[in-house]
Design a protein around this ligand. Structure first.
Ligand code: SAM
Length: 322
């Protein structure tokens, strides 16, 4: 069983308190539907992890926890084995007491590309939609956020997050709730809302933007990261069955189209702050994610194309104000 009691207590005292009208019932329902034998095995691994409070915790430059008295090789191996019960680890990396979770993605690179272009997170309440393992939640805390809330419907990612949290001294500044964005009421409460790597997975991208807007305070900032194509205003790619082997990709806009969508949804001060081609160093197979990765999704004879013949992944970061 997952216990969200600490989160309920925190939000009872802040402007998220109206969420309590629906949240406990939603999460109880999620637990009923998701507590299968696999999740119980992951929960068991979390239970066996040591509860460690780091002497030093760096969330500003990386996610790195250290102890004055280093863990023995045996203790490191035990932690590593328990965490490897929760493969695949996609978003990271995490450096915990000598254990290096070398995830499929260098999520720190995405963070470095955007952090100098967004409104300060100092003292802010922030929401990360589609937060996966919660890697960026910890970086948001490192950038000064007072509360970082992530949502992601997948049980594995909640387990990975809770495992990391336990190894970070049960830190209660970041929280992950197993929900989809479509399940959130209109909270109008977060200073900054992040949606990174989610928009192209949504059947209706404009509805996604409106749902994100409903979570922001007036004047709050949306930070949106998505796949884009090189193209003109009014252009978007709607791939066939698969894009870079992913089945659930619906719309990949050009940068001008994405700006247009944001304006259409009522956002102001829309800016594109980064455009980068995803490299084979940023997304790759590792011992923590042992199945196929970007190198297998590109045309081996032309790395500018996916194996389906579409343009290879380019990602852009946008900021916009409600
Ligand atoms: C490509 S990953 C992006 C992870 C992370 N935000 C990043 O940028 O590295 C997309 C994530 O969105 C989550 N997701 C899928 N459907 C969602 C939904 N309806 N609401 C919120 N998250 C969702 C997936 O489980 C997955 O972890």
């Amino acid at each position: 069983m997952f216990d969200f009691g600490d989160f309920y207590q925190i939000i009872a005292k802040n402007k998220l308190n109206s969420w309590l009208e629906v949240l406990p019932a939603q999460l109880a329902n999620w637990q009923k539907q998701n507590l299968d034998s696999r999740v119980n095995q992951w929960l068991n691994s979390i239970k066996h992890l040591p509860a460690i409070t780091p002497n030093q915790l760096d969330l500003l430059h990386s996610v790195t926890a250290t102890m004055v008295q280093p863990l023995s090789t045996g203790e490191q191996q035990r932690i590593s084995q328990l965490l490897k019960n929760m493969l695949p680890w996609r978003k990271g990396p995490f450096h915990l007491y000598g254990v290096h979770i070398d995830t499929e993605w260098r999520s720190d690179w995405k963070w470095e590309r955007l952090i100098n272009h967004i409104a300060s997170l100092e003292g802010k309440m922030v929401l990360d939609v589609g937060c996966n393992s919660g890697y960026h939640l910890w970086r948001m805390i490192g950038a000064g956020a007072k509360l970082a809330v992530g949502i992601d419907p997948m049980a594995l990612y909640l387990c990975q997050f809770e495992a990391i949290r336990k190894l970070l001294g049960n830190d209660k500044r970041a929280h992950l709730l197993p929900l989809g964005i479509e399940e959130l009421p209109k909270l109008n409460a977060f200073d900054t809302v992040f949606s990174m790597g989610v928009l192209y997975h949504r059947r209706s991208p404009l509805d996604h933007l409106l749902q994100l807007k409903d979570q922001l305070v007036n004047g709050g900032q949306l930070v949106l990261e998505t796949l884009v194509i090189d193209g003109k205003e009014h252009q978007a790619l709607m791939p066939g069955e698969r894009y870079a082997q992913m089945r659930n990709v619906y719309f990949i806009p050009s940068v001008p189209t994405m700006i247009n969508w944001l304006h259409k949804c009522g956002f102001s001060e829309v800016k594109v702050v980064d455009i980068s081609q995803t490299s084979l160093d940023e997304q790759r197979q590792t011992e923590w994610m042992t199945s196929e990765s970007l190198a297998d999704f590109l045309d081996p004879n032309d790395l500018t194309k996916t194996i389906e013949g579409y343009p290879a992944p380019i990602r852009a970061v946008f900021t916009a104000t409600k």
